[in-house]
Write a protein that binds this ligand. Structure first.
Ligand code: ATP
Length: 362
């Protein structure tokens, strides 16, 4: 099912100050293609949950519309939208068994939609098999691990074969290993069912790893939408560049003069635009250690974590909160002279942004 958001806006009266209006979602206007897994991504408070709540009908838009396929669902109550929703805290009923929890949405069906107990049990088993918990059907939630509980919540959301599946931070209560496993499971289930799925997270790595597309938001405003790698490789503004990538992009005060791109006195590249001051973002993988490289830094230390070797260094023009990190392969020679290390910077890993509005300068 394709999802279309048409100038969707949601304003709230601030919880702290009754005279203040918070625009949680500001003029969202985009389309999610049928059958895709979309990661909705942004810092805390940027409007991710509000967007999901609008799509599933728990919140009413202040203005704008929501379409599922060609159907305007903006005014439909949640139960008539055909949406499965999974929350961060699972929200399972503690006194019910796994089977009863999964069957619960079917029990509420009325009139012509009402199902016999046998059919409900069959459907519950089918959903349980999809998330691989069919052997746990008679347990109660307290007898399950966090990951298993999360899978029950997903099975419950799938049991009515929804056209749209919404997952709000579904992995944040799980430990690192289980997160990894469960996100792979979610990807598999989504591929098997082909249900259009929106997955909310503030963890960019999580979103990048399983999504067909990501939507990056900040303060209620859509910043950029696209395939994860495309957005990472070609960020539209400084916010997106800083939000995606671990370690984070290194940001410098720089300038363009006579088509040369400079950090301090070092000419590190070119830009065919008029002279101006700019922000220069350099990805950690941009650094290429060279004996007479164009970019000089003060060497601090080398850190090896797993496969990666990071060179930690300093430069007066760096304005990132953290030290500069250059990721290189472990067997690459480095050149340090009098405490100064030199690099060439790979042009496709260097991004330049306007100081006026932080938009990209290509
Ligand atoms: P988090 O990652 O912390 O869950 P989020 O990106 O999901 O954050 P939302 O919960 O959608 O963000 O909130 C967006 C903004 O709207 C915030 O400033 C929040 O305080 C505000 N907001 C959300 N719900 C309400 C409400 N019912 N009344 C007033 N303000 C609200």
């Amino acid at each position: 099912m394709k999802i279309v958001l048409e100038h969707l806006t949601k304003k709230f009266i601030s919880k702290h100050n009754k005279n203040e209006i918070v625009t949680a979602v500001n003029d969202f206007d985009f389309e999610i293609p049928d059958g895709k897994l979309v990661g909705l991504l942004g810092p805390s408070g940027c409007g991710k949950s509000t967007t999901l709540n609008l799509i599933c009908g728990l919140e009413e838009p202040t203005s704008g519309k929501i379409f599922f396929g060609d159907l305007d669902v903006s005014k439909l109550p949640p139960e008539n939208r055909g949406v499965g929703m999974v929350f961060q805290n699972y929200a399972l009923y503690p006194h019910l068994t796994v089977r009863q929890n999964i069957m619960f949405p079917l029990e509420n069906l009325k009139g012509a939609d009402k199902l016999s107990k046998e059919v409900m049990e069959e459907k519950a088993l089918e959903a349980a098999k999809l998330v691989q918990i069919e052997m746990l059907m008679d347990r109660r939630p307290s007898e399950l691990s966090g990951g298993q509980q999360q899978r029950v919540a997903i099975a419950r959301a799938l049991v009515k074969t929804p056209g749209v599946l919404l997952l709000d931070e579904p992995l944040s209560n799980l430990d690192a290993r289980l997160r990894l496993q469960t996100r792979e499971q979610i990807r598999r289930i989504q591929k098997e069912t082909g249900i259009t799925t929106i997955f909310v997270t503030h963890d960019q790595e999580e979103a990048m790893s399983i999504s067909d597309m990501i939507v990056v938001m900040s303060a209620g405003v859509l910043q950029q939408m696209g395939k994860p790698q495309e957005v990472y490789n070609d960020p539209i503004n400084l916010f997106v560049a800083k939000f995606l990538g671990t370690p984070a992009i290194n940001v410098f005060d720089g300038y363009i003069r006579d088509h040369g791109l400079y950090i301090g006195d070092d000419r590190i590249g070119e830009r065919n635009v008029e002279d101006q001051e700019v922000y220069i973002g350099v990805r950690p993988e941009a650094f290429d250690p060279k004996e007479n490289g164009s970019f000089k830094c003060k060497y601090d230390r080398t850190e090896t974590t797993g496969r990666d070797t990071s060179i930690v260094c300093h430069n007066d023009k760096c304005i990132s909160d953290e030290d500069i990190r250059a990721i290189i392969s472990a067997d690459e020679p480095v050149y340090i002279n009098d405490g100064v290390i030199t690099f060439d910077l790979k042009p496709n890993k260097v991004h330049v942004f306007s100081k006026k509005d932080e938009s990209v300068i290509r």
